[in-house]
Ligand binder design. Structure first.
Ligand code: ZN
Ligand code: ZN
Length: 116
């Protein structure tokens, strides 16, 4: 994706999808990446923001919010009210309203076709 490590500036080279040894964090309301080499320093999370609830540094920024990946706490950013970035289509939960609508359409179809 071309985002360099925020500490040493090395760029992510692993093109494979799936589990990456790089870690994400949030600093000054920005998503940052930390390369595996920098994670070996004991204080690599020292500059990262921490979850207000569980003190984890395992945070990500998405849809204009900061989310804790350990306890799930979502925090609205103080600095900006305008969400940065588009909708996160990957891994998003199904919309309950859309699911209800689909159920209703299914029942209507069943009635139409004489099924129960
Ligand atoms: Zn690094
Ligand atoms: Zn947390």
């Amino acid at each position: 994706m071309g985002v360099p490590c925020y500490r040493c500036g090395v760029r992510q080279t692993d093109p494979e999808r799936g589990k990456s040894p790089w870690r994400r964090g949030v600093m000054h309301d920005q998503l940052v990446l930390i390369c595996p080499a920098c994670q070996e320093s004991a204080d690599w999370t020292a500059e990262l923001e921490r979850c207000a609830k569980c003190r984890s540094a395992h945070l990500i920024r998405r849809l204009g919010q900061v989310e804790c990946l350990d306890c799930g706490l979502v925090r609205e950013p103080e600095s900006s009210l305008v969400p940065i970035g588009g909708p996160d289509s990957a891994g998003s939960a199904p919309d309950p309203a859309a699911t209800a609508l689909a159920d209703e359409v299914g029942r209507a179809l069943d009635r139409l076709l004489g099924r129960r």
